[in-house]
Write a protein that binds this ligand. Structure first.
Ligand code: CAA
Length: 376
């Protein structure tokens, strides 16, 4: 029987930056066949931060939106925890930068969680476990996953760049309840990492794909156990994955189908009906690291509505992964957070390829002139 935490997601907010570029424009100025980015990687548009935007401002914007929709106030928050791989400082947590923007201080536990793209999921789990332990009392947690995913110029990962944030209030499970049982898998690896002081990640591309697929296989194998894979997977209305780029998710589902011998037709149907629709927003914003999975989950909750069972597979390079289960609550009927995405995407400006080259050149200059990375 499914066991659910008493506390869950009480409110959701999303935020995206005000610039972007269609990957076909990027392909044009990089002299690459656009089909490689659109068909080969499954990408659409990359979200880009303007000069005054970063992981702090995005995280704060998402948090304000989640707080506005919640019936509590800042005084009711007893924990702020931020999952990110866009750290502003080696010591001061991103939660302190965001708390400052929000005016949140006092009897509040405040910290940052790092495990590549898995950090947001860990932050959410910790908040749920904090509530379940009784240590929270009647306080709620503000959990934020916020990242700016920008790869080096001409790097293979450049078309998979992106930026965005998701904020959750962990309190009553009105948006979604979360299952207590989850299925974690980790293995130390150098598949994707960013050495201290370097501005862009280093990636062992093909190896990173293998690690992701290995994690998919192990997490789902634990969930399925001795049962029939087809029957366990059919219990979910939507299956969400971490989305570094949409084709990676397709590869993960293919691996799942092969491992459990589902057959090509069943695997294809599973992907088309339960997985692909969850990535509609990811295609518009690119990889958002810690936020990427939760953007897909937010979309699935909105599409499926109250009572829907949603699986969430989280992956973070290094590597660590965890498969979670959620049940959509009554607030999924209105899905107020859809407005965040519609508003931000409607307001953003898409750069031409030439403007993007200028944007990157300006950023190069900024990196040289501000050797100590600072955000706010
Ligand atoms: N038309 C159509 N398809 C084309 C094409 C064309 N003209 N040219 C190439 N393709 C296809 C290729 O066949 C390939 O598809 P398959 O893998 O299905 O065969 C696809 O486009 C990509 O081509 P390449 O493999 O040659 O691309 P690449 O080596 O330049 O880069 C990458 C691919 C390594 C994934 C790179 O984008 C990258 O480094 N990305 C960042 C790392 C990443 O996201 N890894 C995912 C797992 S790690 C993770 O999940 C954490 C995270 O968020 C980063």
């Amino acid at each position: 029987m499914t066991r659910l935490f008493d506390a869950g997601i009480a409110s959701l907010g999303l935020a995206f930056p005000s610039l972007g570029i269609d990957v076909r424009e990027l392909a044009r100025v990089r002299d690459i066949d656009p089909n490689k980015f659109t068909l080969g990687l499954g990408c659409g548009t990359i979200a880009l931060c303007d000069q005054d935007e970063n992981a702090v401002t995005l995280g704060a914007k998402a948090a304000r939106r989640a707080l506005e929709r919640w019936d509590g106030t800042l005084e009711d928050i007893g924990m702020i925890v931020v999952g990110t791989e866009t750290a502003a400082d080696m010591s001061r947590p991103l939660s302190a930068f965001i708390a400052e923007e929000l005016g949140l201080e006092g009897a509040v536990r405040s910290y940052e969680v790092k495990h590549a793209c898995y950090g947001g999921t860990l932050a959410l789990r910790q908040a749920l476990e904090w509530k379940a332990s009784g240590a929270a009392g009647d306080k709620a947690a503000l959990v934020i996953a916020s990242d700016v995913a920008l790869y080096g110029e001409c790097d293979g990962g450049e078309p998979t760049s992106g930026a965005g944030a998701v904020a959750f209030i962990v309190d009553k499970p009105t948006v979604a309840a979360v299952e207590i049982d989850s299925y974690a898998w980790s293995k130390p690896a150098f598949d994707f990492w960013r050495p201290v002081g370097e501005d862009y990640p280093r990636v062992d591309g093909k190896f990173s794909l293998d690690c992701y697929n290995e994690a998919v296989e192990h997490c789902f194998a634990q969930r399925i156990g001795d049962a029939s894979a087809a029957s366990v997977l059919s219990q979910y209305d939507a299956i969400c994955f971490h989305v570094p780029f949409p084709k990676m998710v397709k590869k993960g589902v293919t691996r799942l189908g092969e491992h459990f011998q589902l057959g090509e037709d069943v695997t294809g149907k599973l992907f088309a009906e339960k997985v692909d629709p969850t990535m509609a927003w990811n295609r518009e914003v690119g990889n958002c690291y810690t936020a990427a999975l939760w953007i897909a989950v937010a979309r699935a909750l909105a599409d499926q509505g109250p009572g829907a069972h949603v699986a969430a597979f989280s992956y973070g390079s290094g590597f660590g992964a965890e498969l979670l289960g959620l049940v959509a609550g009554d607030a999924a009927a209105d899905a107020a957070w859809v407005a965040d995405v519609e508003q931000d995407l409607a307001a953003r400006r898409l750069l031409t390829g030439e403007e993007y080259l200028d944007y990157r050149a300006a950023r190069r200059k900024e990196v040289r002139e501000v050797p100590l990375r600072q955000t706010a």
